[in-house]
Design a protein around this ligand. Structure first.
Ligand code: HEM
Length: 446
């Protein structure tokens, strides 16, 4: 479907075959991004990878992510952080047994804690009134919410450039204000890291992703030199990319499961059989839990975090499946409708994890299948894919293992759970899920 938005041609690809054309057959032509106010004002003049145009700088950023920051060895070295933060998460839930719980608040906190420790080395936010830190948990969360809102918002000036100077929606003003806050926060984090580096001299060993980026910024052998803005931009990629995405997916998974409690029974039957009730689920167990894996895939099919992949930009004129596509066309791939395409999926509106059990639909989410690609595919595919999967799988498995989940009975019935979405760069629930839990495991484990 080709449309015109303001001054630009826009193409929406909504079928499995068309997704393959853009993300595989002609991937090299469509691997750029359009220039937007958000890229300019918030992401340090396109110095992150998400909004960087296709080219040497973007390639270098991805190379750093894939070979340095997300290598399996590096991710393994952060395993203890996942374990510690998940334990703290289940303890916080346990303390709220029998009470109404706004699940998203707790999911955001655990994701924020894991990502902050992996990327920044520690939690740079205070979690209680007794701690003093550069920002509170709430302020940090607000900063990220604003970042997501501005990244996903439709800014009129991006589409009708001659109206840009008027900033009709006030978005650019908000971007500049947010940039100031981000700068203050990043400066504080980088200053601390740099003084630690100086203090340790040759004994310095990078411990977190900012350490690695700062070290690389001093590397004269890099093909494209990194500057301070690059460290800012790439750090933002990591914090923003990892935060909302896993929280949203787990909240959707739990919402679907609460609607069909017999699916929770199937999952806990698998957990009891494979893990037993004397311990928590660990990373090494995940391969033995096909039903948990199937719940995750079914959630990503029905509720992809990015219902439209971020825009891909045609770098030159191109012929796609007999259609002439002009240079400068913005292409949106509609993963929401592909996940619900009745010509491929049986009863696509139903949430049925069993379709992904071994021997049934044999698809993974690694970007090789154009029926299911929640992380995108091709050159622009999500570089944080393995970390994202790990966070979703381990929190979901432990939440189901550790608790009985119920709706707040006096207030709500299964059919009252709304499945409305809010559209943006990511697609969260419109109404956050409220639940009640009770412990399932022996109490000394919490
Ligand atoms: C549930 C977890 C996640 C999902 C579903 C997800 C999904 C996606 C999708 C759909 C894209 C766009 C692909 C395209 O343009 O075709 C993307 C890009 C990206 N993601 Fe993720 N992501 C997740 C987790 C993460 C994590 C944990 C990080 C980093 C810590 C991350 C960092 C990025 C970055 C930097 C990009 C931009 C890549 C580029 O433009 O070259 N994501 N992600």
């Amino acid at each position: 479907m080709q449309l015109t938005f303001g001054s630009f041609p826009v193409l929406v690809a909504s079928s499995i075959e068309m997704a393959k054309q853009f993300l595989k057959t002609h991937d090299h032509v469509f691997a750029s991004r359009p220039q937007t106010a958000v890229g300019k004002y918030i992401t340090y003049n396109y110095r992150n990878t998400t909004w960087a145009p296709y080219g040497l700088y973007w390639r270098q950023g991805r190379k750093i992510f894939l070979s340095e920051l997300f290598s399996s060895k590096r991710l393994e070295s952060y395993e203890y952080i996942h374990v510690e933060e998940l334990r703290a998460f289940v303890s916080r839930l346990y303390a709220l047994s029998g009470k109404l719980v706004l699940l998203k608040k707790h999911l955001s906190r655990v994701t924020l804690s894991i990502m902050s420790r992996i990327v920044l080395g520690k939690k740079y936010f205070s979690e209680s009134e007794f701690e003093t830190a550069v920002v509170t948990l709430e302020e940090f969360q607000q900063m990220l919410d604003e970042l997501f809102l501005l990244n996903g918002g439709l800014n009129i000036g991006d589409w009708i450039p001659w109206l840009n100077f008027m900033d009709l929606q006030g978005y650019v003003k908000r971007m500049k204000a947010l940039k100031k806050k981000l700068d203050r926060f990043h400066d504080h984090v980088f200053d601390e890291h740099k003084s630690k580096m100086k203090g340790l001299m040759e004994d310095f060993m990078p411990k977190d992703m900012v350490d690695l980026l700062l070290q690389l910024a001093d590397d004269p052998n890099l093909e494209v030199k990194l500057n301070y803005d690059s460290v800012n931009g790439l750090t933002q990629d990591l914090i923003a990319g990892g935060m909302d995405t896993s929280t949203i997916t787990v909240e959707w998974a739990m919402s679907e499961l609460m609607k069909q409690p017999h699916l929770i029974e199937k999952a806990t039957e698998e957990l009891d059989r494979m893990i037993r009730r004397e311990r928590w689920v660990e990373e090494k167990d995940i391969q033995q839990l096909p039903y948990i894996d199937a719940i995750m895939k079914e959630t990503m099919r029905k509720h992809p975090v990015t219902v439209l992949l971020p825009p891909h930009l045609a770098q030159e004129d191109c012929n796609v499946a007999g259609y002439h596509i002009c240079k400068g066309t913005r292409v949106f791939i509609n993963s929401w409708s592909i996940g619900r395409d009745a010509s491929f999926w049986d009863e696509p509106k139903e949430f049925r994890p069993k379709r992904f059990l071994p021997g049934k639909v044999d698809l993974d989410v690694s970007g090789q299948n154009f029926e299911l690609f929640p992380f995108g595919s091709g050159r622009r595919m999500c570089p944080g894919y393995s970390l994202g999967l790990k966070m979703i799988r381990s929190s979901l498995a432990n939440m189901l293992h550790g608790f009985h989940w119920k709706l707040p009975e006096d207030h709500m019935k299964v059919e009252d759970i709304s499945m409305e979405e809010v559209y943006g760069l990511t697609t969260p629930r419109k109404y956050p899920l409220v639940t009640v839990m009770e412990p399932r495991l022996p109490l000394h484990l919490y």
